[in-house]
Write a protein that binds this ligand. Structure first.
Ligand SMILES: *Cc1c(COP(=O)(O)O)cnc(C)c1O
Length: 393
């Protein structure tokens, strides 16, 4: 059994492309071209060179000595926090901007919630000299002023989404509307392993550099390519997809996915999609989705903006449904405490999203000989104000 996408765009029963007819030409062009273009040697060369010299890859695999001693197991951290712009998201935007250029597109659009994907997109548009328009909910624009300023400084136009709850979902609707109206010159960069096929597979492939490097680095450090456990937080699921990718079909590697429980799985204020979700369609993909009894999407909640999403990518829905991955929900409080703990035990201030992944260490018992890799998806600079308010620093 394979946990990768099939030729129809499905992971088990999840995935596909549930899109309005008006969007079909754009998505179909991408579906027909993405594997061909990304397999070209010139594409690979340019992608690898930018990841190396611009993003700063390979990111280190760091043996966390104090953490390992305390939990009596071997803990390695994959340092995506050291990527340019502070998180893994840029691996994907570099890949998609190179694809957009080869498709002859001159105008780039994106949606963003907290602004991290918007910044990663604005960054690569500046790098390539392409026009960049980022849709962002009006509420999010108010809440995320530093990222709005970053995008503007990078030359992007930030367009407010004024409808609905004026957050990520509404920004996504605006971006889709824009794409329908500008099918010829515009490319839509999606920020996670979500959306209609081929986006989930394409984004997973661009992020798969994470597990490719983990294999090489573990071989050097441990004399074997595979860890016993790989752990990552899941919002839409792109850093997790990248960290799992080359281990998916090797069942000797245990996969742990960490979701945001917010104020508690049963509190009504969470983003624990696997625990609470039912099968539904969101942003063009059939997946697990938090919804009311009559199928309306539930507003999610997490203290970390990157995990505050009511769905999960179709790859992860399938990993959950098949039992290939173990899903664990972590509350705001557990994650915030780990933000402080990792800072003081290893000198690493994590993004709050990433801090969720570390809380697994308190939930599961590992053997002293186990090799446990935790994906440190991003650094905590962007979250400093949240940490300040929470801990009264
Ligand atoms: C955006 C973000 C996430 C969540 O997105 P995924 O697609 O699930 O990876 C996690 N960590 C950081 C640091 C982020 O910026």
């Amino acid at each position: 059994m394979s946990y990768h996408v099939n030729e129809k765009g499905y992971y088990g029963e999840f995935g596909g492309a549930y899109i309005p007819e008006m969007l079909y030409p754009n998505v179909e062009e991408l579906r027909q071209q993405y594997l061909k273009i990304t397999a070209e040697p010139s594409f690979q060369e340019e992608f690898d060179a930018l990841l190396k010299d611009y993003v700063g890859r390979p990111t280190p695999l760091y043996f966390a000595e104090r953490l390992s001693a305390k939990y009596n197991t071997k803990i390695y951290l994959k340092r995506e926090d050291l990527c340019h712009t502070g998180a893994h998201k840029v691996n994907n935007t570099i890949g998609q901007i190179l694809l957009a250029k080869r498709l002859g597109k001159t105008r780039i659009i994106a949606e963003t919630g907290a602004g991290q994907h918007g910044v990663a997109t604005a960054t690569v548009c500046a790098l390539m000299g392409l026009q960049c328009i980022v849709y962002m909910g009006e509420i999010d624009i108010e809440r995320q002023a530093p990222n709005v300023a970053r995008m503007k400084m990078l030359g992007a136009e930030v367009r407010p989404a004024l409808s609905g709850s004026r957050t990520l979902k509404d920004a996504t609707n605006e971006a889709i509307r824009d794409w329908i109206n500008n099918p010829v010159d515009t490319y839509y960069i999606i920020g996670s392993v979500v959306g209609p096929h081929p986006y989930p597979d394409m984004v997973a492939r661009f992020q798969s550099v994470i597990s490719k490097e983990i294999k090489e680095q573990l071989l050097e450090k441990e004399g074997k390519e595979n860890p016993d456990y790989v752990i990552a937080c899941v919002g839409g699921g792109s850093n997790a997809a990248g960290a799992y990718y080359h281990f998916l079909d090797d069942e000797s590697v245990n996969i742990i996915a960490v979701e945001a429980a917010g104020l508690g799985v049963d509190s009504g204020e969470s983003a624990a999609t696997s625990a609470l979700g039912k099968v539904g369609v969101i942003h063009g993909s059939k997946t697990l989705l938090m919804q009311s009894l009559d199928g309306q999407i539930t507003e999610p909640y997490s203290i970390s903006a990157g995990l505050d999403y009511p769905g999960v990518g179709p790859m992860h829905a399938n990993l959950f449904a098949t039992g290939r991955a173990e899903f664990i929900s972590i509350t705001d409080e557990q994650a915030m405490n780990w933000g402080l703990k990792l800072s003081q035990m290893e000198g690493l201030i994590p993004a709050i999203e990433s801090a969720h992944a570390f809380a697994v260490l308190d939930q599961k018992q590992f053997k002293p000989t186990d090799v446990v890799v935790i994906n440190l998806s991003g650094r905590g600079d962007k979250d400093l104000n949240t940490y300040i308010d929470y801990f009264k620093l």
